[in-house]
Ligand binder design. Structure first.
Ligand code: BES
Ligand code: MN
Ligand code: ZN
Length: 495
């Protein structure tokens, strides 16, 4: 999508479509709406009277060929009640409009904005439109789908003084949306294309393009590092595991924030095989790692002034004669022995070694993100991601950021009862605590592999795939967590 900014009066904008954002009201409530009403021969007032349009959140109407205006179509987009409007409202509205343009095959659209906060609003509008019109077309062979996208988005402001702010927001949004959509692409990629080796190569290429360091550990180096837990998950597959280390230095000589993402490129469950229904969704079990990869790429492109490390333990969880079995006892990099109760509880194993490895960077904080437990569905549903953490400051910052950017997270307790569930009678710890509080017993397992640095764990199982489609999140892979962690880093406060 070609992005640009311009200075123009609303009625002079000559584009395929021009969008005016409207607060909810019972009658047309701005000079511009009244002007459009007059030019359109009363069409606007008529819609308000009938209730066809009144500026309600998520609503939009299109009026074609209004006389004496330059645009092909005028689109009125509702924002809802003034008191409830925030930046995410604009992001949602822009996503909605983007999809409307897709549907009506409108190639080029201008969004007009004449209020305050031009920079963050321009960012929200551009993000919403790019994210909302995202489609995964890598495997569509016809040209039909490829050619009917929205080609151009312009942000129009009435005064030249606002242009620079709009451009700043637009440039930022360009990178943020690129990162989210890259995460979505990676999540959509099937297991026969994206497996540990090919995934690591993609990460390496991206690191080169974005200008930061990438180190890849192969199976023998993983063994040498004593990452037996990661190795044990990967050994059932013909596609051996990888461990990818990404390092971005935006502030020399300072302690890094280490991000860790679960990268199970396909989770069959292993010997504890999953049921067949919807097993194909487990191609997305690597989204945590795609989140941290996308975040570090975007941070580098934005020039964020801090040091960031992203760790991607990558493995394919498959059943075979070489696979781990229930009852096996394995070692881990930290030296804790682990009794395997269920080979489908593999995410925590690969994260355990990655969390232990994180300590080698003397981190100021460590945050992991993972499609870890099916049980998270019964906590927050599809609406948000549960998280736990050991630093109240970090937890509070995560919560605060999540609310403003529209990727919601909610803190849960890390009580000792959950650690008790993970005690093994034969090893130091076991990998499954049974049905109670599955999300928290998994978190308690991870905690055993952390040190005294501030740590947070975000469980994005069920936030990774949007079941029906939201304004700027089309059905399918979401990229949930990219904007959250990126914004957290940009507003970083040392915990
Ligand atoms: N990748 C799954 C979690 C998951 C389930 C993500 C559904 C998205 C949708 C994870 O590896 C897993 O299988 N977890 C098990 C753990 C259990 C065996 C202790 C689970 O949640 O059932
Ligand atoms: Mn599993
Ligand atoms: Zn898994």
């Amino acid at each position: 999508m070609k992005l640009s900014c311009t200075v123009s009066k609303f009625l002079d904008i000559a584009d395929n479509a021009v969008v005016l954002f409207c607060h909810k009201s019972s009658v047309p409530n701005s000079d511009l709406l009244e002007q459009i009403d007059i030019l359109s021969g009363g069409a606007v007032a008529e819609m308000y009277e009938s209730g066809e349009f009144n500026g309600a959140d998520g609503s939009a109407v299109m009026i074609r060929r209004v006389p004496e205006t330059a645009a092909g179509r005028i689109v009125l987009a509702g924002l809802g009640e003034s008191k409830n409007i925030n930046f995410d409202t604009y992001r949602r509205a822009a996503g909605h409009i983007g999809k409307m343009m897709l549907k009506h095959k409108v190639k080029s659209v201008t969004m007009y904005y004449d209020g305050t906060d031009t920079n963050p609003i321009a960012q929200a509008l551009v993000e919403g439109c790019i994210l909302g019109t995202y489609r995964f077309l890598d495997y569509k062979t016809g040209d039909k789908d490829k050619n009917d996208g929205v080609d151009s988005l312009t942000i129009a402001v009435p005064q030249g003084g606002k242009l620079k702010q709009a451009q700043t927001g637009l440039d930022r949004a360009d990178i943020v949306a690129w990162a989210v959509n890259m995460c979505r692409d990676l999540t959509f990629l099937p297991g026969n294309t994206l497996y540990p080796e090919s995934y690591a190569k993609r990460a390496e290429k991206l690191a080169k393009e974005c200008g930061f360091k990438c180190t890849i550990l192969g199976p023998s180096e993983i063994k040498k590092e004593k990452m037996d837990a990661l190795y044990s998950v990967g050994k059932g597959s013909d596609r051996p595991p990888r461990f990818v280390i990404l390092e971005y230095n935006g502030k020399p000589k300072s302690k890094p924030v280490v991000l860790v993402g679960k990268g199970v490129t396909f989770d069959s469950g292993g010997i504890s095989l999953k049921p067949g229904l919807n097993m194909q969704e487990m191609i997305g079990d690597m989204m945590g790692s795609a989140v941290v990869l996308s975040v570090i790429c975007a941070a580098a492109r934005l020039g964020v002034k801090m040091n960031i490390v992203a760790l991607m333990p990558l493995a394919e969880n498959m059943p075979s004669g070489g696979a781990s079995k229930p009852g096996d006892i394995i070692n881990s990099r930290a030296g804790h022995t682990i009794e395997i109760i269920n080979t489908d509880a593999e995410g925590r194993l690969i994260l355990a070694d990655a969390l232990d490895y994180a300590d080698t960077f003397d981190p100021q904080a460590v945050i992991d993100i993972a499609t870890l437990t099916g049980a998270s569905l019964y906590i927050l549903g599809y609406a948000g991601a549960p998280f736990v953490g050991t630093s109240q400051n970090l937890n509070n910052n995560l919560r605060a950021v999540s609310e403003t950017i529209g990727e919601k997270v909610w803190e849960l307790p890390l009580w000792s009862e959950y650690s008790d569930l993970m005690k093994s009678s034969v090893a130091d710890i076991k990998n499954s605590g049974g049905r109670p509080a599955g999300t928290l017993s998994a978190a308690a397992f991870l905690k055993k592999f952390t040190k005294d640095w501030p740590w947070a764990h975000i469980d994005i199982a069920y936030c990774d795939i949007e079941p029906s489609g939201k304004p700027y999140t089309p059905k399918g892979a979401t990229g949930y967590g990219v904007r959250l962690l990126l914004e957290l880093l940009q507003r970083w406060k040392r915990p």
